[in-house]
Ligand binder design. Structure first.
Ligand code: SAH
Ligand code: DHB
Ligand code: MG
Length: 240
């Protein structure tokens, strides 16, 4: 691992020297110090790995940010798009009060099964409901059921649909609530106006959609870490 600094702090060229080893080493240090994983979370990672799920869950520092946002928003009802093995669902459910509820949507039944077991083992089974099916279809079902507004929505499923999920979230999140979208920066391709990739186009469309949108106040924060270079959009829902 190349962690010896060839330039003094702040010197030109520092950015070029930065690399994935350093991003990962810093995440590891943060993990050892202020955001240690507990048994339940480690169990969820192991179960996901054993079942062959891709290791694309939020990193521990990102997960801790989600927990802080849940608490800062005073969230009691959370909606998540993209369950995978339940890692972020467990994290957010842990930050909820006892009577809090989290609904998480997952397209793949086999992922949802792995997640349900890990969520149960982590002790938050009563707070979390995993719903299986393409999220847009599940949203229609929630709508039919007359779902109450959410306090926080975390969008982390198929990236082409992030603007669609965001649009739905805008109509179903209470004022003062938060809408968070993962993976919007995508190695910096967010800045590429002519990038042909549909996932990139979708993140640009999301940002264009929020240009002058009075119902939210939003920002996008670029991130580096074990998951490379990406970023998340955080939007506060304004009073109507
Ligand atoms: N939030 C998780 C990671 C989610 S990865 C965590 O941090 O722990 C993205 C997930 O979205 C995958 O499990 C994938 O199967 C799911 N997904 C993809 N397309 C979807 C769709 N149309 N509806 C619901 N889930 C979908
Ligand atoms: C992928 C999905 C994610 O939510 C993520 O954070 C990283 C990668 C993916 O589908 O590859
Ligand atoms: Mg993600």
């Amino acid at each position: 691992m190349t962690t010896e600094r060839p330039f003094p702090l702040g010197a030109r060229g520092n950015i070029l020297w930065m690399n994935q080893d350093i991003f990962s080493a810093v995440d590891a240090f943060i993990g050892e110090t202020i955001v240690a994983e507990d048994e339940g979370l480690r169990g969820a990672v192991e179960a996901a790995e054993e079942a062959g799920l891709p290791a694309i869950q939020v990193s521990p520092p990102q997960g801790k940010l989600l927990q802080l946002l849940v608490r800062l928003a005073g969230a009691k009802r959370i909606l998540e798009f993209g369950t995978l093995g339940g890692y972020s669902a467990i994290l957010m459910a842990r930050a909820l009060p006892d009577a809090g509820r989290l609904v998480t949507l997952e397209a793949k039944p086999e992922y949802a099964e792995v997640a349900r077991r890990s969520i149960e083992r982590a002790g938050v089974g009563e707070r979390v409901e995993v719903r299986v099916g393409p999220a847009l279809e599940e949203l229609a079902v929630l709508e039919q059921e007359g779902v109450d507004p959410f306090d926080l929505v975390f969008i982390d499923a198929d990236k082409v649909n992030t603007p669609n999920y965001f649009r739905w979230a805008l109509d179903h999140t209470r004022p003062g609530g938060l809408i968070v979208a993962d993976n919007v920066v995508r190695d910096g391709t967010l800045a590429e106006a002519h990038n042909p990739d549909d996932a990139v186009k979708a993140q640009r469309a999301l940002h264009e959609m929020l240009r002058g949108e009075p119902r939210v106040s939003a920002t996008t924060i670029q991130t580096v870490g074990v998951k490379g270079y990406d970023g998340l959009l955080i939007a506060l829902v304004e009073d109507a």
